[in-house]
Write a protein that binds this ligand. Structure first.
Ligand SMILES: Cc1cc2nc3c(=O)[nH]c(=O)nc-3n(C[C@H](O)[C@H](O)[C@H](O)COP(=O)(O)OP(=O)(O)OC[C@H]3O[C@@H](n4cnc5c(N)ncnc54)[C@H](O)[C@@H]3O)c2cc1C
Ligand SMILES: NC(=O)c1ccc[n+]([C@@H]2O[C@H](COP(=O)([O-])OP(=O)(O)OC[C@H]3O[C@@H](n4cnc5c(N)ncnc54)[C@H](O)[C@@H]3O)[C@@H](O)[C@H]2O)c1
Length: 457
């Protein structure tokens, strides 16, 4: 068979964006997708189902706290069957849209599992066919990683794959892991009315972010009854047919109806035989890329969770698009592009209650001086709209001392993921504190808080 110009391995957010972009640039493109269902993690078992469930949990929580706003409506009741129907309907809609988009896309799709047999050749697991290409984009995503806790594998524990199907509403839930998945799920189940315990092996939650973000979420969580056990690990797990029994590192015991493992995700690279393509992963299994999505092989690019230091959707999509442009440049007269996926922007939003967003540079407080940076902070409780909404949290802007250029924006509070897009544009476009100061924000709005930070010193 004649070699393809490009083969994309994996058809989730990154792979679909890569294949669609490459085909539009005129490359004869093949996408190989192994999963029985098209759609990828974001639609099927990630962002979309989790945010749909969280939206219901948020409504339940709002009802319970309506007293503060003089509304007597404190005992909401969840209609589980209706929630499951809505989940199914909305996710099927997204799935159908993606399926139709892929069917109409100007690239060819093969449903099979691919692995490298040399730097220019793949073998397909089911058909046994071999396929050659000038260039490849690896976009194989990630899977939940499960620690070897004694007894765990004999129990019916859940990961995000199960939670996002909403199998049932347990009366009590223990969540192992306090990263983005663990804390979003803690707020999901607390909102829906379960008794929630989080086991965090460190002394913090959301420990990849600045400590003040996690501290505020932890305090708000505990206020609402989420039991966070810091520096505590599960030593063993047993299931008696109806309940889980955990023996913890502080020698205490915990009993719960559902157990959720939120202990990170591993890049799906091990079955690709990357060594046959002359590639190696780092010790987490991630295929390292630079800001142009290049791997150490000039004709192989990578995008999304299998390669990204920050596994989130907008980066998976942008990396896929950048990789397609790089692949097009290899063997055509497509203009060299220096479009990068802008790793310095590092935007991550976490949909806890309150929400968290982190964008750009965020040194620890004692590192600001040595890095020539300064920060400005403002609390939602000092903001007019914050007082009206009974909002908790704060925002922090980080800028260069010498130029005033904005380099970081971090916040915990209501609506901060949406409102921080203002700061995303400001940072991307190299705006300064003065530019921000001269921009009047609408009053009273929550977004206004980003401009108030400058009045704090
Ligand atoms: C519970 C949860 C909530 C999340 N919420 C958010 C959120 O709110 N916002 C956000 O930005 N991110 C969120 N994420 C992360 C986001 O879902 C991922 O970053 C994103 O979906 C990754 O896209 P991808 O294309 O890299 O991988 P995937 O969508 O996983 O696609 C990889 C594809 O490759 C295929 N594949 C694997 N190996 C092979 C092979 N050998 N041959 C052929 N095909 C193969 C797989 O079948 C899969 O379809 C969440 C994740 C989880 C788990
Ligand atoms: N809103 C969002 O954008 C969003 C939401 C959910 C997930 N995600 C993405 O999914 C990725 C995975 O999220 P995650 O929370 O699963 O991973 P994570 O790496 O952020 O957190 C994993 C947690 O598990 C703990 N852990 C790891 N191994 C453990 C062990 N053996 N015993 C006890 N604890 C252990 C870690 O200390 C950490 O608290 C994130 O990096 C994020 O990019 C994004």
């Amino acid at each position: 068979m004649k070699p393809f110009r490009l083969i994309v391995i994996g058809g989730g957010s990154a792979g679909h964006a890569a294949a669609r972009t490459a085909a539009r640039l005129g490359l004869e493109t093949l996408l190989v997708e192994a999963a029985p269902t098209l759609g990828g993690l974001c639609i099927l078992r990630g962002c979309m189902p989790s945010k749909l469930l969280i939206a219901t949990a948020d409504r339940m929580r709002e009802c319970r706290s309506a007293d503060h706003f003089a509304v007597r409506n404190s005992s909401p009741r969840l209609d589980e069957a209706q929630l499951r129907r809505r989940l199914h309907q909305v996710i099927s809609g997204f799935q159908d849209a993606r399926r139709q988009e892929m069917a109409a896309a100007p690239y060819r799709l093969i449903r099979d599992r691919a692995q490298f047999i040399d730097p220019h050749t793949l073998r397909l697991e089911n058909s046994g066919d071999t396929l050659r290409a000038d260039a490849f984009i690896v976009a194989t995503g990630s899977t939940p990683s499960i620690p070897p806790i004694p007894g765990l594998s004999d129990t019916p524990f859940w990961t995000s794959d199960e939670v996002t199907q909403f199998p049932s509403l347990p009366s009590s839930v223990t969540i192992i892991g306090s990263g983005a998945v663990g804390m979003e799920f803690a707020h999901l189940y607390e909102g829906l009315g379960s008794q929630v315990t989080v086991l965090s092996r460190s002394s913090r939650i959301l420990s990849k972010l600045h400590p003040d973000l996690g501290q505020t979420v932890a305090a708000a969580s505990e206020q609402r009854g989420i039991d966070i056990r810091f520096q505590t690990e599960a030593q063993s797990v047993r299931h008696d047919g109806s309940r889980f029994h955990l023996h913890l590192s502080d020698e205490s015991h915990l009993c719960c109806q559902a157990l959720i493992l939120a202990t990170g995700r591993s890049p799906s690279t091990s079955s690709l035989h990357l060594d046959q393509a002359g590639l190696t992963t780092d010790d987490t299994g991630r295929l390292p890329i630079n800001e142009l999505t290049q791997t150490s092989q000039p004709h192989i690019f990578a995008a999304g969770d299998c390669a990204s230091p920050l596994p989130v959707v907008h980066l998976a999509v942008v990396q896929g698009e950048v990789a397609a442009h790089q692949a097009a440049h290899l063997r055509t007269d497509h203009q060299v592009t220096d479009r990068s996926w802008e790793p310095h922007l590092k935007m991550q939003g976490i949909f806890t209650h309150p929400e968290v967003v982190s964008l750009g540079v965020d040194p620890h407080d004692d590192e600001l001086e040595s890095q020539g940076l300064q920060q400005h902070r403002y609390s939602f409780s000092d903001l007019g709209k914050g007082e009206i909404l009974n909002a908790q949290g704060h925002i922090r802007l980080v800028s260069e001392k010498s130029t005033g250029r904005l380099v970081g924006a971090h916040a915990v509070g209501p609506g901060v993921v949406d409102s921080s897009h203002v700061m995303l544009l400001a940072i991307k476009n190299r705006m300064t504190l003065d530019d921000l100061r001269r921009t009047p924000f609408y009053h009273p709005s929550l977004a206004e808080i980003w401009s108030y930070a400058l009045d704090s010193d």
